[in-house]
Design a protein. Structure first.
Length: 706
């Protein structure tokens, strides 16, 4: 027997029983020895298929049990390839110092890019920028100054975001990296500080939606029209807090990298946490050209090289056959026509043909931002404007996505065409897209923009109206002084109709659960099981102001006892008096939407709530909650069953349900006494550590001290 074991591979090794209990596909061998019985384990690789998102996360997950795979629902510790911060680097610096960090775990991991308030030349802002630059020099961090361009574009141009990598940023439009096959997803500032100090943070792998493109876009339709239509046609949170994998055949091959970046960028507005395209021949060809350009510089580029590009061909990563998806959506690209978003909402999308008949006068037009200011976008606008002039009374603002983009279109002549037509140039950066700098919308004005957001008041006055469209439509509208397409300038009416889409929800009606096949290991001190009564707050979109009123948010001296008293005050003044010890709070869907105030989570903790269940959560609230040690788990089936159980009953804002439950957080099970059992997301080691150690900041401090 001993000889038999000795001949086995190294994956069969002596392991503690606590580890053996959590490994998947484990064969145990018991061997007598002088000290008792020794256990040996044979660990077989997990054979279950993974989708593309899961495979990329697998590369960057750390502290996994041997032989395990990651799946949607799993809480994992991740060590991303890179982390980008922009103007908010200053705020992250404050977080970094407050947790006692003195140096970066890996100075090659972070990237600083100044891009948001670049038009602001006040001494205060310039001093802030100088401080960030000096901080970067002190710690040896890559730094890109104001004027170099928008951070997301820089990460693409300079190869920090690269196919099959996971790169994060403290900005919601890091989804854009998916356009080149990278898993890009947003984090909050505390996460960024944690990555600086330790190289890692945590992520709960979201459900993955498969979006399939068939056929080819017709003439005049663009990637911007695709994503604007999707945001408007699926506007009831169908993809909220999911990751999206885009797939397709010939139609996919006709989508340029620029169009893919546009679509991935606005998966943020669609509600997703990531939007990933395949790395195919289109992507590889783009990188070959980029590598050739960079090779002409004085020294070899550190990230985009011919060898690294060839590795994409030699070692591709693709979804496994039979991989699991939560939903499947098919879009016939041939049926997509130019679409316009708004006014003042990305959830309202109208065919351009319909809006043209309404003769909507505009006052300002914008070709700026990370979504549609690349060279192909500027050229599309220049083709419309060449030989024409911006209409009297219309201001048309342009800003390239980066200094490299601007240089390219200056050399090819399109930048001059735009200026000759009357466009007003701005520095490469963000600016009016986020309500900063020149050209903001005033009361009563109407603007049309090639940006990604048109929320009320975002680009200026809340009494203005903002529409979103493709660069060509924006340029045509600037010339006509009304919303229209390029064809309208030559007397052609736009055609339009509803795109042909199929949609299938593949998720089980029973639960949203962790992909883990075995219970998670339990960190010492973590309460692996909870018992209590479900307290039901049946409200969708319960925002952070309802959970923790804004009037208390900036009072820094409010003690925990007072926070416990006022929690949920704007939702239900009787909430604090209704809660009992060991209660488990259940909310509706999109719980914690709104502002990013951390007190919405900590106030619930101070009131004694240890676990919040909801149909879905705002991702910002989820990260703030877990970063402060409050467990939050998505359980749509429980919410639906509670609604059925109390349908027709008197409306009670905070309802004591009488549902006494036993929750096994490690195994991912919730049992209602003498009734039904639900699967819930199992709480993995990454989240357990944060609960035990009192949140992410203390977790980082503990590792710095160690």
């Amino acid at each position: 027997m001993l000889a038999h074991l000795a001949a086995r591979p190294l994956s069969q090794r002596l392991l503690p029983a606590s580890t053996l209990a959590v490994l998947r596909h484990v064969t145990l061998y018991a061997v007598p020895s002088s000290s008792g019985v020794r256990l040996f384990a044979s660990v077989a690789p997990d054979a279950r298929p993974q989708n593309l998102v899961e495979q990329i996360v697998q590369k960057y997950a750390v502290d996994l049990p041997a032989g395990s795979k990651v799946f949607s629902g799993d809480f994992v510790s991740i060590k991303p390839e890179h982390v980008m911060t922009h103007d908010n680097t200053g705020a992250v610096m404050g977080k970094f110092k407050s947790i006692g960090a003195a140096k970066f775990k890996n100075p090659r991991q972070p990237v600083f890019t100044l891009d948001h308030d670049v038009q602001n030349k006040t001494e205060k802002n310039l001093a802030k920028y100088r401080g960030i630059e000096e901080f970067a020099k002190t710690h040896g961090v890559d730094f890109y100054p104001a004027g170099r361009g928008i951070g997301h574009q820089i990460l693409i141009e300079e190869g920090y975001a690269f196919p099959y990598t996971m790169t994060v940023a403290s900005d919601s439009h890091s989804n854009m990296y998916g356009g080149i096959g990278s898993l890009g997803t947003p984090i909050v500032r505390t996460d960024a500080a944690a990555i600086w100090a330790t190289g890692r943070t945590w992520w709960q792998i979201p459900p993955v939606v498969r979006v399939e493109f068939i056929n080819t876009l017709p003439e005049g339709a663009t990637g911007k029209d695709v994503i604007v239509a999707l945001c408007g046609l699926f506007n009831n949170d169908e993809v909220l807090n999911t990751a999206i994998e885009f797939v397709g055949g010939e139609g996919m091959k006709k989508l340029s990298v620029d169009e893919r970046l546009t679509i991935s960028n606005m998966t943020t507005e669609w509600g997703a946490l990531a939007g990933v395209f395949p790395c195919d021949e289109v992507t590889v060809e783009w990188y070959k050209k980029r590598a050739a350009i960079l090779a002409g510089r004085s020294s070899e580029h550190p990230r985009i090289t011919a060898q690294r590009v060839q590795a994409l061909v030699d070692s591709p990563i693709k979804a496994d056959a039979g991989a699991r998806y939560a939903k499947h959506l098919t879009l016939d690209l041939a049926t997509v026509t130019p679409y316009v978003s708004g006014p003042n909402s990305v959830k309202v999308a109208t065919p351009l043909a319909e809006l043209e008949t309404k003769d909507i006068t505009i006052h300002k037009a914008y070709l700026v931002s990370c979504v549609n200011s690349r060279a192909s976008d500027l050229r599309a606008a220049a083709r419309v404007l060449k030989g024409r002039k911006v209409a009297p009374g219309v201001e048309f603002y342009i800003a390239a996505a980066s200094s490299e983009v601007q240089k390219e279109v200056e050399q090819s002549g399109e930048w001059a065409d735009l200026i000759e037509a009357g466009a007003r140039p701005l520095i490469a950066g963000c600016g009016p897209c986020i309500g900063l700098g020149a050209g903001l919308l005033k009361d009563g004005e109407v603007g049309i923009s090639a940006t990604n957001r048109n929320y009320k008041g975002r680009m200026g006055s809340p009494n203005a109206q903002a529409y979103l469209a493709s660069p060509a439509v924006v340029a045509a509208s600037a010339v006509a002084g009304r919303i229209c397409g390029p064809g309208s300038l030559s007397g052609t009416t736009a055609s339009g109709g509803k795109p042909l889409i199929t949609y299938t929800d593949l998720a089980s009606e029973a639960v949203t659960s962790s992909g883990s096949a075995a219970p998670a290991s339990v960190v010492d001190g973590f309460p692996a099981t909870l018992d209590g009564e479900l307290l039901f707050c049946d409200q969708d979109n319960l925002n952070t102001d309802g959970i923790y009123p804004g009037k208390y948010t900036y009072q820094d001296d409010i003690p925990p006892q007072k926070m416990a008293e006022v929690v949920m005050e704007n939702y239900d003044t009787s909430f604090s008096a209704t809660v009992k010890k060991n209660d488990i709070l259940v909310g509706g869907f999109n719980f914690g939407t709104g502002s990013s105030r951390e007190q919405a989570a900590t106030a619930l903790l101070h009131r004694g709530i240890r676990l919040v269940l909801a149909g879905s959560f705002s991702e910002t609230f989820k990260r703030n909650a877990i970063n402060n040690g409050l467990l939050v788990l998505e359980t749509p089936s429980i919410v639906r069953d509670l609604r059925k159980a109390f349908e027709g009953k008197d409306k009670v804002l905070s309802r004591r349900t009488g549902w006494n439950v036993h929750v096994d957080l490690a195994s991912g099970k919730l049992a209602v006494a003498d009734s039904k059992e639900y699967a819930i997301p199992a709480v993995g080691r990454a989240a357990q550590e944060l609960v035990v150690e009192g949140g992410l900041e203390q977790w980082v401090k503990n590792r710095i001290e160690a």
